[in-house]
Every structure is written in structure tokens, then in C-alpha cells.
Design a protein around this ligand. Sequence first.
Ligand SMILES: C[S@@+](CC[C@H](N)C(=O)[O-])C[C@H]1O[C@@H](n2cnc3c(N)ncnc32)[C@H](O)[C@@H]1O
Length: 498
Amino acid sequence: MITEIRSKQKKYSESKSIEDKKILGQYFTDSPIAEFMSSLIDVKSLNPNRVRLLDCGAGHGILTASSAIFLLKNGVNRVEATLYELDEKLIYNLVNVLDKVKALFSKENKIFIYTIINDDFVTLRPDLISQLQFDVSVINPPYFKYSVKESIYSKKTSDLFKGDPNIYASFIAITLSAMADQGQVVVISPRSFLNGLYFKGFRKYLLTNSKLELIHIFKSRKDVFVDSDILQENIIIKMVKTLDEYSEIKVSTSNGILDLEKSKITAYPKKIIIDTSNTEDIIRIPESKKDYDVLENAEDFSSTFSNEGYFISTGPVVEHRTIMHLTSDHNNKDHVPLIKAHNVLINGIVWDGNHKKDLSFKLISNYDKHLVANNRYVLLKRFTSKDERRRLVAGVYHPIINLKHVGITNKLNYIGRKDSLLSKDEALGLAVLFNSEFMDNYYRCISGNTQVNATDIRIMKIPTREQIILLGKYAANFPVLEYKTIELIIKKHINDRI
Ligand SMILES: C[S@@+](CC[C@H](N)C(=O)[O-])C[C@H]1O[C@@H](n2cnc3c(N)ncnc32)[C@H](O)[C@@H]1O
């Protein structure tokens, strides 16, 4: 039956344009995922004579159907499902699916009843309009950003959490709010809420009101949804609504959909997964034992990037907005180099005007607001392609003689000291640190995004300033740095375990 729903979803999806699907966030769940998600329901802690199920954006009903069937197979006698779906064109299919589920239950003298609410889950919040609470919710909420100024969804969940990061956060928070005590919520959603500033309030809400029991990650991003035009990295999480303390979180991994049944599950101490050492409450995912060791070792560092006195900012030059300033004619005194991503190499910045992508920045009208002081910085790439070996790539920029300013593109982050200037040794030490495999793995546990965010760097644990300077002093003995050399330097000077 679940496979039958899947083909209906495919047909429906193919009949809609990418733009239309985006408006309602219509990315339907594939059948193996629906079955895996349902299998995360803990039936033992439910009352078999009444399980109240909530589906917040039901689509064709694949998640309700697979959850109900899972409950039926595991001895539940009665399921009462409430389903929200805004798209009226889906309701016919949805009724059809739910009637079939009902028939399956009847065949075994069990009861399945359902209510479809063809309305908006966020503006017609079940936790506000009804007394009914739910025991289980297995959901794939829509996701899209909305305008804080104009959208009907703006501030609709401000009683639950601060901010308006994405519609999926509103759906998950409302669902959790509508659950009874010990209610179980299983969600497939983008990974983006685990870190990053915009989701801070949402994370806090989840972590305060529920026990994060399990996080599942797909090592490969492809084919998670029926519509494979999705490039977001997705995760599945299971939460239980409770205020009880807990000490472990399970991390489950599979390569993709096909090996979901053989997922590897490992329990880790909660304190390694959730970083409570600052106000961000970032949720980190070790994909392997090696990643876990990286996180554990990082915890041994006593300080963070920000507390150790460093700043990180995004380069101010946005190329498409400063076209009038940009030139590839480099023989003019009233120009300064614009440092771009291709100029950043682990051995330092190379800008000589000879690379075809090299650009100069003309010092004409209001140029200074686009430029930074010509000081020593460590430049850290903000974007690396998925195929690139490293997520973190850093190089030292040494000030060019006789320049007051220099241009740095917004495709780069630049790092310096908050209260003084970086010395050669300190800058080199930082670059070596960021180019190490350890920091790269550590960063990957924090963020699934190929974009390197300054917010995530600021809270990373790092060695002390003294250690960083020593690292730079030692690295300066090597005329050329290779990744191999960097590993040796790091092992010798920072931690022989990493
Ligand atoms: C990501 S799809 C998931 C559908 C289905 N649960 C599944 O797993 O295949 C999200 C669904 O939510 C519906 N939806 C979008 N916005 C909604 C809203 N504000 N209220 C209720 N449903 C909504 C969409 O039409 C879509 O069917």
C-alpha cells in the first residue's frame, strides 16, 4: 500500500512545476523513509486502546498510513488520526489512502478513524484551537523561508520561540506544543536548524521541551525525497515531549535510502552532541567514532575562537554591486587588489594580477566603505564545492607595502584580533589550525552546509593564543606547507591524540 501511495505522489509531483511545489513546500516522502520513520515509534509506551496521531502537512498521507500500519502490526487497537493539508487538490487522494488504512484495521477488528482539516496548520494552530493532545506525530513539514514583514506566518509562533527562520521550524514547534506529555514526534527536515543563528530560539524551544532521542543522518544527500531536485541535507529526528533529564542521544547513520534498514545506531553522551558551553545550544553530529573523538578532544580546549580574542567577518566586497569599481587592468596606482577565493591557498594569498580571475578595485566614489584596512588577516573560504577535500581552507594575507586599504570579496571570511593586529606567527598558527584535518572534521560535525558561517566559527573551541603563536613559530620553519606537514605540526604542538 505504501508503494502505491508513492506512485501517486510521483504522478502528482510530475504534474506540478518546480515553482508550484516550492510555494507549498511539496516534497513528498519516499516509502522506505516513511517506513523507517514509523519504525521509530515506541509502541510500548503508548496506550494500545487509543493512540492519537497528528500529521501537520499530510500530502498523500504516506506518513500517517505507514505509522498507522506500524501501530496496527504492533498490537494497537485504535488509532485516531488528525491530518492537516492546505492543498485541496490533494484531499481526494488523501481520503482514498485513509479509507484503505481504515479497511486494513477493520479486517482485524481494529479501529482507525480520521479527521482531515483542509486548512492552514500555522494560522489555525491545533495547540491553540483545541484541547485535544496527541501521542504520536510522524511528519515531513513543508520548508521555505517567509518574509518577516509580509507573510501571514510571521510571528505566528512567537509564543513558542523567538525568530522566524523557516516554515518548517513553525510546523515542528507547533506539533511539539500539541503533544501530550511523553508524546513522540518523528520529523524529517533540513539539517540547517542544528546550528546557525536564525534557529537559536527554535533550538532552545526543542531542547527545553523535549528529549532529543535520536538523530538519523544520510551520508549521501541524494534521493531522500521522491523529487530528487532537493539538494538540502536532510535528517530525521525523534523527540519525546518531556521535561525529564537525560544523558544520551542516539545517532543513526545510513548511506542513503536503500540501506536504511541496516542503519548503524550509536549512543553518545548528550554533552558531546549538544554544546551547552555558550548560548547557541548547537547540536553536533558525529558521523563516526572518529568524529566523536574529534568532538571529545575539542572539548579539552579551554577556550573558544571568540573568547580567545579573535573576530571573524565576511569580506565586504559584493562583486555584482560594485561593478563600477572592478577592473582587470592592474597597472594603476589608484587601484588595490581585490582578494577573491581563488587567491586563497594554504601557503598564503597569491594575488599578482596574472590569474584570469584576478581583479583590482578602483579607488573611486565612496570606495572606502567596501574595503578593509590593509592589515594582516587569515582568510577563510566561505564556499567550497562538495567535491573539495576540505570544508575549511585558510591562508594568511600579509599587508601589501604602501596600501591603506585592500578589497576582500564576500566569498571569504577574514579573521583578525579584536584588540590588536595579528603577528606573522599568530596568523600562520591560525591558518595552520584551520587547515588541519582536526578542525575540518570538527566543523563538519557542527555544520552540514558547504557554506562556512562566521557564527559557527566563533563558538568553536580552539587552543590558547600562546599555543597558536607557537604553532605559527614552528610552521614558519617550513618553506612550503603541505597538508601532510600541517598534520605533523598539529600533532606535535597541539595534541598528540588528534
Ligand atoms: C513536505 S510535504 C510532505 C507531505 C507528506 N507528509 C509526505 O511526507 O509526503 C508538506 C505538505 O504540507 C502541505 N502544506 C504546506 N503548507 C501548509 C500549511 N500551511 N498547512 C497545512 N499544510 C501545508 C503541502 O501541501 C504538502 O503536502
